[in-house]
Design a protein around this ligand. Structure first.
Ligand code: C5P
Length: 241
């Protein structure tokens, strides 16, 4: 089974209000992107990794993240585009030249707390159903609100899930979804929405609320706390034989 992981990390991080894009901010002393990549690097199920970085930051990404942390599976570093979808498409166009992939798996570079077990569950579901994503059922009551901030509707929260990444797809399905989306000038905020537009089923695998996307300064505080706790737990465990 040949699985190509695509890690979009070409955002400029406007909502973080920092000079450095969020994927290069650190947890402990590691760039967030390095924490994320380490999960996929250690998984035998992942054949290779393509990182997408801002065109002006390709060298920075190589020198600050990929080389110093010794990622051997990162075989390709591809320039990103204007929207996240453009960034993922740039990676797919390069990967598609090889055309022998079974699955494509896309995971945000700024979701560092993904676990190998969760990745495996999504890969298994995508192998079985063609397309699968990690998602969390909402806990709060969800309101649909208009521009005047008036509630229009209370949605049935049992039916609402928050999409996360990874999102994994049989390679031919994702490629077709992207080609058709660009044909119709359709832009989605995740890959699943492009596959949904084809009318194909996408299944959700229950994810974890720890799999946060580090987007705002508040997320960074939370991420630092989760990272510290994980490191503490890791350091308490007896060394494996
Ligand atoms: O913008 P959003 O928060 O959805 O970004 C999710 C991931 O997509 C981040 O890792 C970000 O760096 C990446 N991204 C990208 N290219 C863009 C915009 C976002 O690779 N043009």
């Amino acid at each position: 089974m040949r699985v190509a992981a695509i890690i979009p990390a070409a955002g400029i991080g406007r909502r973080m209000q920092k000079n450095l894009p969020k994927q290069y901010l650190t947890l402990g002393d590691r760039p967030i992107l390095a924490v994320t990549l380490a999960v996929f690097e250690q998984m035998p199920e992942i054949t290779e990794i393509t990182v997408v970085a801002q065109p002006a930051a390709l060298d920075f990404c190589q020198k600050q993240v990929i080389t110093p942390y010794g990622f051997k599976k990162v075989w390709r570093l591809v320039p990103g585009g204007k929207e996240r979808q453009d960034s993922v498409y740039n990676a797919l166009k390069v990967l598609q030249r090889q055309n022998d992939w079974d699955l494509f798996l896309v995971h945000d570079g700024v979701r560092p707390f993904i676990t190998p077990q969760e990745v495996r569950r999504v890969l298994r579901a995508a192998t079985k159903h063609g397309a699968a994503i990690l998602a969390c059922p909402v806990q709060d009551t969800v309101k649909q609100v208009n521009r005047e901030k008036q509630i229009q509707k209370t949605l049935n929260r049992q039916d609402i899930w928050l999409a996360q990444t990874p999102q994994a797809f049989q390679a031919a399905i994702l490629w077709r979804a992207f080609v058709e989306a660009y044909g119709r000038e359709f832009y989605g905020t995740d890959e699943a929405s492009l596959v949904e537009a084809l009318g194909l089923p996408v299944v959700v695998e229950p994810g974890s609320p720890f799999n946060i996307k580090v987007t705002t300064p508040e997320d960074l505080l939370l991420a630092a706390a989760i990272y510290r706790e994980r490191e503490r737990i890791r350091s308490c465990q007896p060394p494996s034989a």
